[in-house]
Structures are given as structure tokens and as C-alpha cells.
Design a binder for this molecule. Structure first.
Ligand SMILES: [Zn+2]
Length: 190
């Protein structure tokens, strides 16, 4: 079972992938992001509002976009059931991100486990944490837990938290779109 911290980190990872990578969403082309828009979207994906502590600069946003692209590559190979390729990509990400377990405490907080050293910057922290969380989920049938939307012209990534693990679409928008197309096809075929 993927524990709470890994599950929370995976959710942020999926948000990053969908916000910063991919070419289509819900049947429409996704606009390319740059400059202020890229910074705003990257900040929002990490849960910040673009002001104060959550603020990130353009270089950081571009590095987060690279991270999202690498994660997408892993999820896409998993969804094609190319597990050897996914494991290779993931192992490389674990090395590149210098992921390593380390107990840390901040101020009065209790000691807790991080997957990066104290010197890591924001992007290195996310890269290391996400590499470990995706690797932890890998042995837990992640091919059924994280998927790519099956609708045409949509490459959103989703997490399937249901027991049955039968989710195929990123959400109702795409599910309804595919249902409507199938209905139209049946009517015109009869
Ligand atoms: Zn979709």
C-alpha cells in the first residue's frame, strides 16, 4: 500500500504533469506556456498562490517543466506496460535527483523523513521526493493506479484511487465526450 506521504506527493506530481506538460486536454490543444504564465501555473501546481513564500522564478518554473516532462515519460511507458523502460527511467531519475533518505527537523517540528539532503533546492526536493514516491508505488501495481486519459486528443494523467481500478478517463468531461461520440456512431450506423 502506498502510504499517505507518497500518495500526497503523487497527487502533486500528477498536478505538475498535467499543468506543465502534454499537448491536448479534453479534446482541445493545450496552449504553450512561457514567461509569467509558466511561473503562475507552476506556482499554482505546487499549491502556492503566486505571492509571498510560494513565489518561484522563471528558471525554477522551467526546471519544474523539465521535471514534469520526465515524470510524464515514466507514466506513459507504464501505461504502455513497458515496465523495463519505466524502471530504467525511474532509476536514472533516482540517481540524477540524488535521492537519499535523511531525517530532518525544522524548528520545533519533530524529526521526519525526507528524500533529499538539507542542501537541495525546491526543484531538487521535488525531483527526489517524486522519484522515490513513484518508485514506491511501482511495486504496488502503479500501472493500474496512475494512468493516461483514454479519450482522443487528451493526454491528461490521472490517479485511480478506486478499489476496482477501472478508471479510464481524466474526468467526466472526457468520459461524456467519448460516450456522446459512441452514441452518435451507433445512431448513424443503424
Ligand atoms: Zn481526458
Amino acid at each position: 500500500m502506498v502510504d499517505g506521504h507518497h500518495a500526497m506527493r503523487l497527487e502533486t506530481g500528477v498536478t505538475l504533469i498535467n499543468a506543465l506538460s502534454g499537448e491536448h486536454v479534453h479534446g482541445r490543444p493545450k496552449p504553450a506556456l512561457g514567461g509569467h504564465d509558466l511561473v503562475r501555473v507552476a506556482t499554482e501546481a505546487l499549491g502556492g498562490d503566486g505571492t509571498g513564500n510560494g513565489q518561484i522564478d522563471l528558471l525554477t518554473a522551467e526546471r519544474l517543466r523539465n521535471l514534469a516532462a520526465r515524470l510524464r515519460e515514466i507514466i506513459e511507458s507504464l501505461s504502455r506496460r513497458e515496465h523495463d523502460e519505466a524502471a530504467g527511467l525511474l532509476n536514472r531519475m533516482l540517481v540524477d535527483s540524488k535521492a537519499r533518505p535523511s531525517l530532518q527537523r525544522h524548528g520545533e517540528q519533530s524529526w521526519h523523513l525526507h528524500f533529499h539532503g538539507p542542501e537541495a533546492d525546491l526543484v531538487q526536493q521535488w525531483a527526489a521526493g517524486l522519484a522515490v514516491s513513484v518508485a514506491a508505488a511501482f511495486g504496488e501495481h502503479i500501472p493500474h493506479r496512475v494512468g493516461l486519459c483514454a479519450a482522443p486528443r487528451c493526454d491528461q494523467v490521472y490517479i485511480d484511487a478506486s478499489q476496482a481500478q477501472i478508471k479510464r478517463f481524466c474526468g467526466l468531461a472526457c468520459q461524456n465526450r467519448v460516450k456522446a461520440a459512441a452514441y452518435r456512431a451507433r445512431r448513424s450506423g443503424s
